[in-house]
Structure formats: C-alpha cells, structure tokens
Write a protein that binds this ligand. Structure first.
Ligand code: GLU
Length: 459
C-alpha cells in the first residue's frame, strides 16, 4: 500500500490498540497479535490481477496494453471500485486506490469490500471502436474474478457509463444465463443503471461540504464556539460570509459540484474559478456554471480556452494557466481532478482555508501535514467523494430486484446515508485533536477490525 494510506491505517490501529473499550475481551499478548494480524491484512491487497490486453486496433496495429484489477479486501462484501483509463496508471497507484475503497465503504456502511482497476492508456488517443475492443478485452481477461457477488467495477477517471455498458454486455455474453445486471455499476439508465448515478459523486462532495459548514456547525454553534477545534472556528468565521470557491477539474465530479454550489441557497457562496487540463477561468463576480456545462458537453469535455470562445458564450472571465486554480485567493478549494495535485512544492502557496477532496488522494502526505499545520481544514476523499459508490450500491440493489427508484428518491437516500456517517463521526472529531481524515480512518478501521475479529480472521 502506498505510504499515506498505509501510514494512516497504522496510526488508526495504534489509536484503537490503546482504546480500552475496543475489543475489551482481547488483552496483553493476544491483543498484540490481533493488532499485528490487522496491520498485515489491511496493509496488503488480497489479490493483484494483472494482464497485458492484446488488442487489434482499427489502424491495423496490435498492442499489448497493461491492465490491473486489484482486490484489496472483501471482509464487508464483494470487492467494489472503479476502473480508470489513464496513461499514468501503475500497480502501486491501483493498490493504494483499492485500499481507499475498502476504507470508504467501511466508513459509510456500504456492504462492499475494496477493489480498483486500471488500464495504462490515454483514452483521448483512441477512437471509440478501439475503446470498445479494449473494454471487451478487459472483461475477457479478468472474467473469472469479476461478477455481481465477487467484484463489481464502476467508472473512474477516464471511464463512464459508456464503458460500463460495454463491459456489462461482454460479461453477459461470457456468462449466459447468469445474473449480469449487477456485474458493473455506473451504467447508463437504459442498461440498468440508476438515475442519479452520474451526478452522485459531485452532489455528494458538495453536500458533505455544505452539511459540515452550514447545517452541523449552525446546529452546534454554542458548544463548538467554546472549544478549540480549528475546523469549527474556521467554519464559524465563514458562516455568514460570502464564500468564494475554486474548483480544480471540470469533469463528472467538478462540474456537478460547481453546479450544486451555483444553485445552493443555504450558503452564500459563489464559484469564482474552475479549471480543467487546459485552463483556469476566473471571475470575481462568479462564473456562469450552467453555460460552461453546456459548452463542455459539445466540446469533448473541454472548457473554453480563448476570449473569442468566452465572448460567443456571453461569459466574462479571465483566462489563466491551469495550475493557477490551486493557489487562488479563495475561501474554499474543491480538488476534483487527479491525485497528488497539492504536494510539498506548492502546498505553502495555497490560500484557501478549506479544501474538499472530490478526487481520490489529491493531496500528498507531506502536503497534508504542511496544510494541516497551517490550520487549513481538509475534508478528506473517503468522507466527501463516497457519493459515487453509495449510489453504485443503490444501483446494485435495484439491479437485483429489477425495481428502479425515482431520481429524487436516490438523492434523498444518498444524502441520508452521507449525513448518517457524518453524524456518527463529527462529535468525536470536534471533541478530540485528530484531523478529520484520521478520524474517518479510525472509524473505518474500527468497523473492519471488529468484523474481522468476529469472523475469526485474526490469529
Ligand atoms: N470510482 C469511484 C470511487 O472512487 C466509484 C466507485 C464505485 O462506484 O464502485 O469512489
């Protein structure tokens, strides 16, 4: 497991070891042994599936494309997690992301384990027909380890409902007569996907931020103001202010989170900057997010990059370099692009006081420490971006029953589930000095450990 996740899991185990009410029946030598077993289990994946997909491309070339499916842990249910298509995919990264899924599902009481897939390619460089072949090959190579009760992939960076539809169809033809709808989630609605799945991660990211900053803080204002929790004081300071927000990444997560902020009437907030792989757009008055979303839908997902394009849209904004979004003078920074975006070389230039992790692992361990020391509040990935996997779970349930929920019902259940998680961790968080990320990990590791112990796995 790559270092940051592994370190925090180990710290969480150390905390639990010292907690007398946790597994009180296990004492002394046996306690040491049980915690050693836990560390060994949680720090290593159960299985790393690796293949070189042999694909004949439209242009006549035949490629061997490296691909992974890492199955980290299935204590709480079948493995679950996305498949990413990106040129920088590598084994360590996929292992780390699979571990993060184990923890995310445990934290939110989603009855799945953790897995992750990756294919080393830039999907923008291939025509649709090639991508279709690559998706089919992925399922063919990994078919024995996948399935609705074994391991259920979903979209991630570089994949979407299109790829999930293709993959499910391939799974169905390899396993005739077997249940197949729940073999992949994040499918299109016509293929058995859930209403609201596409928007779920972005909506969940904004909901987490809004709930923490507005609902929870407001309801608990009196006791929070007397304590010394940095988050509480930052949030209280910002409560009746107009918050400025910058969003890094304008894909499925960033654009939806930005739209939620734009529409939100609970908080005085405005999105002053958004960015993608090419540019940052900035407007002090706030950007017209619906028009930008319209624009990207007909421009391969890219934001406008010239003044002429902005003028044609009727949008006034300043064009800046794509990195500038990270260091803007704003209150809130939502990171919804890739991992390792804030690192030791740029973390000290961050001006935002609140950072929300919409992407998985967008802040390196070193940057995390640097920022936390500066008093920056970080709402971590496993808490904030679980909307996707939570609605994947709803999709899997709907596929089993072949009864489908209304869109409003999906969001209602999504927010209720995320709120339940926050209600169960926030009082402890506000009462002790551990950062929020660490708090979430302790909660997730506690659940996994108790379950492993009861299943007789710790010896
Ligand atoms: N790829 C998403 C994540 O990292 C969703 C996973 C899923 O729906 O299984 O949380």
């Amino acid at each position: 497991m790559a270092s940051q996740t592994g370190d925090i899991v180990q710290q969480s185990l150390d905390t639990l070891m010292e907690e007398p009410s946790f597994l009180p029946q296990v004492q002394e030598e046996q306690r040491k042994q049980v915690f050693q077993s836990l560390a060994a289990i949680l720090s290593t994946p159960n299985k790393i599936n690796k293949a070189f997909l042999r694909v004949a491309l439209c242009d006549g070339k035949v490629l061997r494309i490296p691909a992974f499916r890492v199955q980290h842990n299935d204590t709480l249910g079948p493995y679950k997690g996305g498949i990413r298509f990106h040129e920088s995919v590598n084994e360590d990264e996929v292992i780390n992301l699979a571990a993060l899924m184990t923890l995310k599902n445990a934290l939110h009481d989603v009855p799945f384990g953790g897995g992750k897939g990756g294919v080393v390619l830039n999907p923008r460089s291939y025509p649709e027909k090639d991508l279709y072949q690559i998706c089919k090959k992925y399922v063919q190579y990994f078919t024995d380890v996948l399935g609705p009760d074994k391991d259920i992939p979903a979209p991630d960076v570089g994949t979407s409902e299109r790829e999930m539809d293709w993959m499910m169809a391939e799974y169905k033809s390899i396993h005739p007569g077997k249940p197949y709808l729940g073999s992949f989630t994040g499918k299109s609605v016509v293929s058995g996907g859930s209403l609201g799945r596409r928007e779920a991660t972005g909506k969940g990211v904004y909901f987490t931020f809004r709930y923490l900053l507005h609902d929870f803080i407001k309801d608990n204002q009196s006791w929070l103001s007397s304590g010394d929790n940095v988050f509480a004081h930052t949030a209280l300071d910002h409560m009746d202010k107009h918050l400025t927000i910058a969003v890094q990444g304008f894909g499925n997560v960033g654009s939806v989170a930005a739209l939620e902020a734009y529409k939100c009437s609970f908080l005085h907030n405005k999105v002053v900057a958004v960015s993608d792989r090419n540019v940052t757009l900035y407007s002090e008055e706030g950007l017209d997010i619906p028009s930008l979303i319209d624009y990207i839908s007909s421009h391969r997902g890219d934001l406008p990059t010239t003044d002429e394009q902005l003028q044609a849209l009727g949008i006034s904004a300043v064009i800046k370099s794509r990195e500038e979004v990270l260091t803007m003078d704003v209150d809130v920074l939502i990171l919804a692009a890739l991992e390792d975006q804030l690192h030791k070389d740029n973390a000290d230039q961050v001006k935002a006081r609140i950072i929300v992790e919409g992407a998985n692992a967008p802040i390196t361990g070193e940057a995390d420490q640097l920022l936390s020391k500066k008093g920056v509040v970080i709402i971590p990935d496993i808490l904030a971006n679980a909307g996707g996997v939570i609605v994947s779970y709803f999709e899997w349930l709907q596929d089993r029953e072949t009864i489908f929920y209304m869109e409003d019902e999906v969001y209602k259940q999504l927010f209720a589930k995320m709120q339940k998680t926050m209600v169960s961790i926030l009082p402890a968080y506000f009462a002790d000095p551990l950062p929020l990320r660490q708090n979430c990990y302790v909660h997730a590791v506690r659940k996994l450990s108790a379950s492993l112990y009861r299943q007789g796995k710790l010896y």
